[in-house]
Ligand binder design. Structure first.
Ligand SMILES: [Zn+2]
Length: 337
């Protein structure tokens, strides 16, 4: 009788697979890492060997340099690979470009580690694909019934409305550098916004990479016009990482409308604390309904819950008489998303 814990178990380094001798999304350097996606809390430099989708490997190289690991192995979506006694396969997670769930199979038992995921349409990456499994490991970033992300088109519409109402003001949109920034830009393009969009230097490499992968972001210009006048940015959209908005960089723009695209913008107090005038609730994570619908759809024998607000989801599972436990993994923080 094999137990799921024999196949995957939480360790200080991350989720460890003894029969395959590898870790999934390790938070400390290990000999062999399988990585779900390129966000800094899941994809870290310093591992000897890394297996991930080609796009995630590319993104890691962009962020950490080519020497981020000694040996890379490309995981093609849907293909199985043998590692030790274990069969692994990668499947789209719908979170950011290149993101994948990792299915691990051994002696007839299959566990899916979904990493971060979402279910709603995202024009910048492949949609989540449900993979039948015995154990499903789910994130819990927004696992409270209060988190119900509104329709993304409506949120992007708020930004377009504000641009119409305040044509003299610069619109500064804070957005996480990998995924959120490109998604906000792509949604604007899909709504017919075809003015140049100005980006902070920290976004350039990733925006260029998205464009190279066929995600058309339109004309992007640096938000650093040397010797430029404040008036040059009147009525413009400027996208930058959330951290940039606290510093001097943000003061170059005329009478800025401070906006922030994040699932956390559902919490009015957070928007107020950050001085956000135009909160946009756009998330790359599941909301409460998406989480519970996914668990209903997959109906795994067991649910493991990690990084986030585990308690409410565990209670929901308990009420449904679904076996569930918290993983207590540390080191995963999606505050900026
Ligand atoms: Zn993530």
């Amino acid at each position: 009788m094999i137990r799921p814990e024999d196949l995957l178990r939480p360790m200080p380094e991350g989720l460890y697979c003894p029969p395959g001798d590898f870790y999934i999304d390790p938070v400390r350097p290990v000999d062999r890492a399988l990585v779900t996606h390129g966000h800094a809390d899941h994809a870290r430099p310093g591992n000897a060997r890394v297996m991930a989708t080609r796009q995630t490997l590319d993104i890691m190289a962009l962020r950490y340099g080519d020497a981020f690991c000694a040996e890379r192995q490309v995981a093609k979506l849907g293909e199985t690979t043998r590692i030790g006694d274990v069969t692994v396969s990668f499947h789209p997670a719908g979170h950011v470009l290149g993101s994948a769930q990792i299915a691990v199979e051994w002696k007839g038992l299959r566990i899916v580690a979904s990493g971060d995921y979402k279910r709603r349409a995202d024009p910048t990456c492949r949609s989540f694909e449900p993979v039948p499994c015995d154990v499903f490991i789910t994130e819990a970033t927004f696992a409270l019934p209060v988190f119900r992300h509104p329709d993304t088109a409506g949120e992007i519409g708020k930004l377009l409305d504000s641009l119409r109402h305040f044509p003299e003001r610069a619109h500064l949109v804070g957005a996480y550098a990998l995924g959120k920034a490109q998604r906000v830009i792509k949604h604007l393009r899909d709504r017919g916004y075809d003015e140049p969009i100005y980006i902070h230097g920290a976004l350039k490499k990733l925006c260029d990479y998205y464009q190279s992968q066929g995600v058309d972001l339109g004309v992007l210009k640096p938000a650093t016009v040397e010797g430029g006048r404040k008036g040059d940015f009147a009525g413009a959209v400027i996208v930058g990482p959330p951290s940039a908005f606290a510093d001097k960089w943000a003061r170059r723009f005329p009478d800025p409308v401070a906006s922030f695209a994040s699932g956390w913008m559902r919490v009015r107090q957070r928007a107020r604390q950050r001085g956000v005038e135009l909160p946009l609730i756009v998330s790359d994570h599941c909301d409460w309904d998406e989480l519970t619908e996914t668990l209903d759809e997959l109906a795994p024998q067991e649910v493991w819950v990690t990084h986030g607000r585990e308690e409410a989801l565990l209670r929901w599972c308990e009420l449904r008489q679904r076996r569930a436990k918290p993983l207590h993994l540390v080191g995963y923080e999606d505050e900026a998303e």
